[in-house]
Write a protein that binds this ligand. Sequence first.
Ligand code: ADP
Length: 455
Amino acid sequence: MFEKILIANRGEIALRVICACKDLGIRTVAVYSEADRYSLHVRFADEAVCIGPARSARSYLNIPSVISAAEITNVDAIHPGYGFLSENADFAEVCETSGIAFIGPKPDVLRMMGLKQQARTAMKAHGVPILPGSDGILQDAEHAAGVAGTIGYPLILKASAGGGGRGMRIVRSAEELPALLVQAQQEAEAAFSNGDVYLEKYIERPRHIEFQVLADLHGGVEVLGERECSIQRRHQKLIEEAPSPAVSEDLRQRVSGALKQAFASVGYSNAGTVEFLMDPGGNLYFIEVNARIQVEHPVTEAVTGIDLVKAQLRIAAGERLPDILGGPVTLRGHAVECRINAEHPETFAPSPGRIRALSIPGGVGIRVDTAAYSDGIIPPYYDSLVAKLVSYGSDRTEAIARMLRALDMFVIEGIHTSIPLHQRILADPVFQAAEIDTSYIQRLFAREKLEAVSA
Ligand code: ADP
């Protein structure tokens, strides 16, 4: 096992990795930007190195700075968390050539999974169903029109190097296509320095369902069930749960079988998430692989009893999955996660600032992952996640009741947060009946408006 690792991240996920390291007796090195000098990950790591100014391009995304911090502190490995450098194949390669283990898949696999169009092709080749779409990158408007003609509208334009919901455009007719293609390409180029765009069939009101994979360095692959992430705003997740109310044991087994084969064939290692959309007919279609630990991993931990970050460390150190998992994976109970963001609950505008008062809920069935503290600052430079509130119960009803209780007892003063919106969602009979899809929040707002008018 590693003796000392560096965590190339900040916020709650940096603390989450520190927890796993402490549990395994591994020493930790935090890196931080000037804006994060007083952050908890800096306080709780064994050592800390400042890697640059607030802007992430000059600190958390600055490969030479991170690598020199790792070299100065003489670490064995780097855990990248999520976001930042976590799916950067060049970074993984630099780690390897510097003799530092990268806790994630190998650079070539990371490179392939990072280009959604290539991942689509690879999954299709191994029998995983994908949405009808272009076979490769769109060359020009004429090419796009040809593909669109064969698949039919509505369609969605997506950035191959995309993430964070950027570079996507829904196309409802042939007339709109040329202008939206240019917009998507420009947005992709600006955001990812890669203007490659492809077309996919657009599913109306899909559910977003994703499967958790673990793979060791010896060809062993295990699937740890799925998560439902349909509660989204602006194509970004807000609430996740495990298991999905829409996935039967039979479907779970079939998808897991196909994924095990596909992941073994591409030589995947470490943790990964395979995202699917489910159409109203209950069919699942692959959309992308996230080759890292996900924000929403705690719901899977709750229902499987497996510490996924610890598993990542043990895999990277060369241990085998059967030893790590200690027996067959079984799912028990139900878990829900609410992402508590520093944002306005109606407009979703970011709301950074100083937390004036904070009281974190606890009690049976509640877990809170956060780096927030009273009088601490949520800086404007990074993502707006303040805390992940996770509830667990013997079934979905109990998990929801516990979540409502914890939301009620969660006090964050000084900034706007998504707590009021979470309270409305968890109390909504439509959510409680699990009649959810990715348009749920939009429809909730519309229903509330109607009720306000008729009241
Ligand atoms: P990103 O990597 O930018 O987050 P994803 O490919 O993961 O993009 O898609 C994010 C979300 O966008 C999905 O969860 C879903 O809500 C929506 N979406 C993506 N592709 C489609 C599609 N083909 N049809 C309908 N909605 C889609």
